[in-house]
Design a binder for this molecule. Structure first.
Ligand code: DI6
Ligand code: FE
Length: 412
């Protein structure tokens, strides 16, 4: 790793010392805790993370030292599944569901996703940013340093483009890494009525190649469900993504065992998300493909679901588990990743170590970004979250409390 800038100036060095480090390295015991650790950062990347006694000496006289006073440092948190960019809200549908109307009934009578599509299509990019920035700021306040943001409420080229451009703009307006995901296969748009295949043609043959050519697409997603698209229809979109060299992920088996996990695995998806109804063959397929299971307890909780994802099978077959907010106006209006971790523990039975890995190391893998983020290791970006907690378990245990002391993104 270079120690100088292109002009030959020594890179800025900072060391965070007198800290407990949750390194989150795969294979380490529990969370890889180092009791008295230090992190040396050179420029934007970690040069050393480990026991303070092993800290490389020397460095430029300008090396800045920060005494963490024994605080806990984790990798910056990663929210690997959000629909953060959208206009409007669906509080009225929330009240309908409290009166017993199901999510599926609302979707099948023109509400649900299509309600947010109408609001999002009517919004300018500036309006999308005005509505979305407060949600992003809430996540950043809890130590999130990388976020995935999906399209999927435009369902036509111009509006899908505005969503992805707004997502990219978030990363210019705030110190955060934004991973954009094209979700044109989210629902059948109103103008094509019930012609799912026709709308898929527009998604696969026009929207995806066009938006990918504009540099707006980091990965591709779809909603594989009876009220959305079939595995065969999803496979058509994924074939175009593969031809473009773009990785995929999938909303899979959320409300039924509709073959989502298997079609995700068959296309070497980075992640398969929700998975409440995935069966053991589906879990085995995910394990063989190295696909990460992204668990979304906010939607499970908010929809008052009763059938949790097969966590024990995922563990048994060695499928990595990430946890995310699924921040969206219909099934998970949640802007707290810490609360999502609490829900993953209380609703799905994940351990504290699994929850913390789920918002760091495994979330990085779900985004295909594990080379750069997700653990405290030399070579990774210096994305850090420094916490006022005595026990790391407090990060999962509390509900609605934010113990963040400081958030560091790319060393600053
Ligand atoms: N599953 C979900 O939970 C979200 N999208 C999806 O495919 C819900 C999106 C919405 O209801 O607005
Ligand atoms: Fe989602």
């Amino acid at each position: 790793m270079s120690t100088d800038t292109p002009s030959g100036e020594p890179l800025q060095e900072r060391v965070w010392r007198n800290a407990r480090l949750a390194c989150m390295v795969r294979g380490a015991a529990d969370i890889g805790l180092i009791a008295r650790g230090a992190i040396l950062v050179r420029g934007e990347r970690i040069a050393f993370a480990g026991d303070e006694r092993d800290l490389p000496p020397g460095g430029p006289a300008s090396r800045e030292s920060i005494d963490c006073e024994g605080r806990l440092i984790t990798p910056g948190l990663i929210d690997c599944h959000t629909h953060l960019i959208h206009a409007g809200h669906r509080a009225h549908e929330f009240e309908q569901r409290l009166r017993g109307v199901s999510y599926q009934e609302i979707a099948e009578t023109g509400g649900g996703i299509l309600s947010t599509v109408r609001a999002t299509r009517a919004a300018t990019t500036a309006q999308l940013l005005t509505e979305s920035l407060p949600r992003l700021d809430a996540l950043l306040a809890e130590g999130v340093t990388t976020i995935e943001v999906k399209s999927g409420y435009g369902l036509e080229l111009g509006a899908e483009r505005r969503m992805l451009e707004a997502a990219r703009e978030l990363g210019r307006l705030r110190p955060v890494q934004v991973h954009t995901t094209f979700l044109g296969a989210h629902a059948v748009p109103p103008e094509t009525a019930n012609d799912a295949d026709g709308s898929l043609d527009e998604v696969a043959r026009n929207m995806l190649p066009t938006l990918a050519s504009e540099g707006l697409v980091d990965s591709v997603d779809g909603f594989c469900e009876r009220i959305a698209f079939s595995p065969a229809q999803i496979a058509r979109v994924f074939a175009v993504a593969a031809a473009l060299g773009i990785r995929v992920r999938l909303h899979a088996d959320q409300f039924s065992n509709s073959g989502g996990a298997r079609v995700a695995a068959a296309h070497a998806a980075l992640s398969a998300d929700h998975l409440e109804f995935t069966d053991e063959p589906g879990v085995v397929a995910l394990a063989r493909a190295g696909t990460v299971a992204v668990l979304l307890p906010g939607a499970f909780y908010f929809l008052r679901e009763r059938n949790p994802p097969p966590v024990e099978l995922l563990r048994r077959h060695g499928v990595g588990m990430a946890v995310a907010t699924d921040c969206n106006p219909g099934t998970s209006p949640l802007t707290s990743l810490l609360l999502a971790l609490n829900m993953a523990a209380t609703q799905f039975g994940l351990t504290v170590a699994e929850c913390l890995a789920g918002a760091t190391r495994e979330a990085a893998r779900a985004l295909g970004m594990q080379r750069d983020i997700g653990t405290l290791e030399a070579g990774k970006y210096a994305d850090l979250a420094i916490w006022n907690v005595e026990d790391p378990a407090e990060l999962v245990y509390r509900m609605g409390f934010n113990p963040l002391h400081a958030r560091i993104w790319r060393g600053r």
